[in-house]
Ligand binder design. Structure first.
Ligand SMILES: Cc1cc2nc3c(=O)[nH]c(=O)nc-3n(C[C@H](O)[C@H](O)[C@H](O)COP(=O)(O)O)c2cc1C
Length: 347
């Protein structure tokens, strides 16, 4: 019984979704060398328009945010035009699509943008190297100056305006998974002693400034945010992070965003310092539209929505394996199992 997944849902009474199944953001590294979305990407997204809402793969707000090959951008006219074709395809097939706005912070690599600084909250490198590009070890970033931070906030807001110009229905700010915004929200990666570090309020300042700049530019009904209170990738957990997210969630509640989305691969993961799973921690502090994610099936997601653990479900890997995921679930047909080899091509 998954019928609740097929109820429509209105984000802030303004954007109507045909069902409660979102396609999670999935980086595929298939943009062309100018980081412009291709025709193949247009077809890939167009085929998945039955989702209540597609969240695009993470999209770079500016060149120095890049940490992986061929990830698309939204910072020039060619990229905006490329995305226009994608959003047209999704809309003609009856779907909706948000752009996920991304800067990788210290996970960026100058190999991709011609040698300038890697920028992050603090001059602390992440261990390791770019996936499948072993020779590209991560560098010690430059700690962002106050002027750098002001510019970054402007660049998020400009990318949001570009997303609307490119026909997106809204944006999800990528504040999760160990990238730039998340780096400000965790003690492991933020050791600043200015107004952007040290206390819960200071550590939340950058995330909230980006949210406010984007909502000022395109409206709160078109603005969403993804967060990872539980550190699980590229950041070490620190029990003091909980205070930061307690503060952040209280502030976010006042902002009436289109939705808040959890960033995690497996929501059954328990975090001692959060007192349980990420979704249970967030739900206890955030009673507005919440998107759950992380190794759910249609059945477990449907049950979680029934129990009010969250309102909408984002599905990731199964959507890679099944372009027609929504139809298959509706009809009760078998799903193609996901495997990592599927990442080699866009089907
Ligand atoms: C290949 C791949 C690429 C991903 N890319 C992104 C991304 O661009 N942005 C993001 O926030 N999460 C990304 N994720 C995480 C997913 O959005 C999702 O949270 C995760 O896959 C768990 O959901 P699932 O169990 O339904 O796959 C990615 C996951 C995978 C497997």
């Amino acid at each position: 019984m998954t019928s609740n997944l097929f109820q429509s849902y209105a984000l802030n009474n303004s954007i109507n979704l045909n069902n409660r199944i979102l396609m999670a953001p999935l980086t595929r590294c298939m943009a062309d060398d100018d980081l412009v979305p291709t025709q193949t990407m247009t077809e890939y997204y167009g085929r998945r328009a039955e989702a209540g809402l597609i969240i695009s793969e993470a999209v770079l707000i500016r060149p120095d945010g890049q940490g992986y090959p061929n990830t698309p951008g939204l910072f020039n006219a060619a990229q905006i035009n490329g995305w226009l074709k994608v959003t047209d395809a999704v809309h003609s097939n009856g779907g909706k699509i948000f752009a996920q706005l991304w800067h990788t912070g210290r996970v960026a690599h100058p190999h991709f943008f011609g040698g300038s600084d890697v920028i992050a909250p603090s001059a602390l490198a992440v261990d390791g190297s770019v996936p499948r590009m072993r020779e590209l070890t991560y560098q010690v970033p430059k700690a962002a100056s106050a002027a750098d931070i002001t510019q970054l906030i402007k660049d998020y807001s400009q990318a949001a305006a570009n997303a609307i110009e490119a026909g997106f229905d809204g944006v999800e700010i990528h504040g999760a998974n160990g990238y730039l915004i998340d780096q400000f929200l965790h003690h492991d990666s933020n050791r600043r002693s200015d107004q952007y570090g040290g206390s819960a309020e200071n550590m939340s300042r950058f995330a909230l400034a980006v949210v406010d700049a984007v909502t000022d530019r395109i409206g709160k009904n078109k603005t969403a945010l993804r967060i990872s209170p539980g550190a699980y990738v590229n950041i070490e957990a620190d029990s003091r992070d909980r205070d930061v997210f307690d503060y952040l969630l209280a502030e976010l509640k006042l902002r009436d965003l289109a939705f808040l989305h959890i960033g995690i691969f497996d929501d059954s993961m328990q975090f001692d310092y959060l007192g349980g799973s990420v979704s249970s921690y967030v739900r206890a502090r955030y009673n507005k539209t919440l998107v759950g994610v992380g190794s759910y099936t249609a059945e477990t997601a449907s049950a979680a929505i029934n129990e009010n653990k969250f309102d909408l479900i984002a599905i990731g890997r199964p959507f890679i394996a099944n372009p027609d995921y929504v139809s298959r679930v509706r009809q009760g047909s078998e799903l193609q199992p996901y495997s990592d080899e599927m990442l080699g091509s866009l089907v």
